[in-house]
Structure formats: C-alpha cells, structure tokens
Design a protein around this ligand. Structure first.
Ligand code: ES4
Ligand code: ZN
Length: 363
C-alpha cells in the first residue's frame, strides 16, 4: 500500500485547528454577499481565491514574529464577513465535511470569540452557530469539541471577560486556549482567566508559537504555572501501560499548542516529557515560511525524545496543507514511515480530551 493510501484510510484526529482558519474563499464570498459586505479589490470569487494564494507566500529567511503578525492581520480582517449564527454554523459544517472526507474522526477546534464580539457580534450568536454544527458532526462520523481561545494581543480584562461570558456554556466548551500575537503577550498576562477556566472544569492549553520572543520562558510558564502551580513531578501514570488514558492534571497546562522550540534545550525537553504534556505541532505552514531545515529537525528531535506529538493543519484555508497533506509532508520532510504516522495518530488519541473512553478504545 502506498503511503498516501495508508494515510487516507487511517482514522485520524485533529487537535490544532482554528475554525476561523478554515474559512474558505467560497464561504467568505457567500457570507459577504448575504451580509452585504464589500471585499476590497474583489469583483469575483476568482479574485478572492487569488488573494488566498498570493498573500501568504513568504520568502525563506522570514522573521517568525513578522510572519505571524502579517498573517494574523489578514486572518482577522477576513472574518468581518461572519455576522450571523448561520455564518458560524456553515463555516463549521464546511470543515466537518472536509474532516469526514479525510477520515478525521475526532476534532478539537479553536474559536476566537473576541474576534467577533469586538466587531459587535454577540457571544451567543457565535456559540449557538458553533454548537448547532457540533450536534450535527455525529452525522458525519466526527466527534467535535470546542476550545475557546483568548486573543492574547487584547487586554487581560477582555480575556477574563470573555471567559466570564462563557459561563452559561461551560459544559459545552472543553478547554481554554490562547492564540494570536505572542509578541510581548506572555501567558502570565491571562492567569486570572485560566484560573477561572479551571474552576469551570475546562482543560488548559496555550499557543507557544514558533521562534517567538521569550518562547522558552513561555513554554516553562505554561508547563509549570498556567492555571496554577504544578506540584512536584511524580512518576505516576506516565508508566501506565494503558495508552488510552493520560494523567489528569489539576495545575499547569494539559497541552501546548506548537511548542516546537521545546527542541532547543535539553532542559525543556526533560520538562515537557516529565510533565507528560503533548504538543500539537503544525509544521507545514512554518516550514514554508521559515525553511524546512528550521522545522523538520526539531519535529524529529521532539518525536524521538518520546514526547507525545500530533500533526495538525492549524489554518488550512490559508496555509494550504490539510491534515492528510500535513501527515504526508512531515513524513517526507522527516523521513518517516507509515508506522511513525500511525504513532502520531495514536498519540492524538491519548491526548484527546473526550471522556468517552469507549470511543478512544474503539478508535
Ligand atoms: C494562528 Cl499560526 C497562529 N498562531 C497564533 N494564533 C493563531 N490563530 C490562528 N492561527
Ligand atoms: Zn494555532
């Protein structure tokens, strides 16, 4: 069997996916038309598609901070077409169908409510649209959970406020994450919001994006301090042969999104490994912008160190690579086999936040 046939039939999980990053040109065009919003410089869907293809191509050697900031600027501006409950529902349903077509059976997806409430969209509008799609995901053989993300370049008060607004939905959201521009926006800025999220019973995660300022400190803080201090490490369930269960943490994060700079020092590799934290890597977008030689060796190092990692598409409408394309691209870049790709998906099941243990075992 070819590697691509193997990947196509492999049941997969995706745990680092921004639902707003799945907003296709087609859906944007439809929303813009329905909501009477102008798309500057676009007289047709073809014009809009061309923008998607050209705006995100960067030269090798790009500064990672600049790349992220430029990307985020376009990314957040593109969301202005999302206004109604149906817009959020349709965007999510579009991706659920993509997930089904790629045999992605389990999905934890981020959403950035502040990117919408700051434009005058009600939090409830966003939530109701996304929850309607979540209910229908089962019809497509996809189990879907929502992860609310704080937009970290907004204020600490705004971050806390959005978590407070989510209280009526606390049983319908699985985790709190942190995304957007990391430059001078450390995870500690949102400690109050993360503490509140823990009190809701949510899981905790945060982006430690690639090659950002103070990334090593951010990784350490996320592991040791986010949502409360982690106690001394114990050699507990790490040795549990039951691969379907990860230890339950009450303090520190449960996961790191990206965290690729963990590969930079033995101290960080040991720290993340001892905490048994998983990393949700998204190497394909970064290898395009930073150069493969700055990305793939780090993925290999983390994987060989025995840290659970998953491979994800992040913002597939913009960064082009799908979940399937990511698995194949990383296999090529890191010289991996089908067995390795199987291991990545096994890690993903271990890291999944579903309480449906039967689903995990069946997977
Ligand atoms: C993101 Cl690549 C990346 N980094 C941080 N925040 C994000 N939101 C969407 N994509
Ligand atoms: Zn991300």
């Amino acid at each position: 069997m070819s590697l691509s046939s193997f990947v196509a039939q492999l049941p997969k999980c995706e745990q680092h996916l921004h639902i707003e990053g799945t907003l296709t040109a087609e859906r944007r065009w439809k929303c813009a038309h329905a909501n009477k919003i102008e798309l500057p410089g676009c007289n047709s869907l073809e014009d809009l598609k061309k923008q998607y293809l050209t705006e995100y191509l960067y030269e090798e050697g790009q500064d990672a901070t600049k790349y992220l900031q430029e990307f985020l600027e376009v990314y957040y501006a593109s969301m202005n077409v999302l206004l109604t409950e149906d817009d959020f529902y349709n965007m999510a349903l579009d991706y659920i169908k993509v997930a089904q077509s790629q045999n992605i059976r389990y999905l934890e997806a981020f959403f950035d409510p502040q990117a919408h409430t700051s434009r005058g969209v009600k939090f409830e509008t966003v939530m109701e649209g996304l929850l309607k799609a979540q209910k229908e995901a089962a019809d497509y053989n996809v189990q879907l959970h929502w992860v609310l993300c704080i937009v970290r370049d907004m204020s600490a008060e705004s971050g806390l406020d959005i978590v407070k607004q989510a209280e009526p939905y606390k049983d319908k959201i699985i985790a709190l994450g942190l995304d957007s521009d990391e430059h001078d926006n450390p995870p500690s800025k949102f400690q109050d919001a993360f503490l509140l999220a823990r009190s809701y019973g949510w899981k905790i995660t945060a982006h430690c994006d690639v090659d950002q300022k103070n990334t090593h400190e951010h990784i350490k803080y996320v592991v040791k301090e986010l949502a409360g201090s982690r106690p001394e490490f114990k050699k507990h369930e790490l040795d549990n042969p039951d691969l379907y269960l990860l230890p339950k943490f009450t303090t520190g994060a449960d996961r790191i999104d990206h965290g690729m700079n963990t590969a930079d020092t033995t101290e960080l590799l040991d720290l993340v490994k001892a905490a048994n934290l998983g990393l949700t890597l998204c190497p394909m977008g970064y290898q395009k912008h930073l150069g493969p030689h700055n990305v793939f060796p780090k993925v290999t190092k983390i994987y060989n160190y025995g840290i659970p990692v998953t491979l994800n598409s992040d913002d597939p409408a913009y960064l082009v690579y799908s979940k399937t394309g990511t698995l194949l691209g990383v296999a090529d870049g890191c010289k991996l086999t089908a067995k390795d790709l199987y291991n990545f998906e096994k890690n993903a099941i271990r890291m999944a936040w579903t309480s449906d243990i039967e689903f995990k075992r069946k997977f």
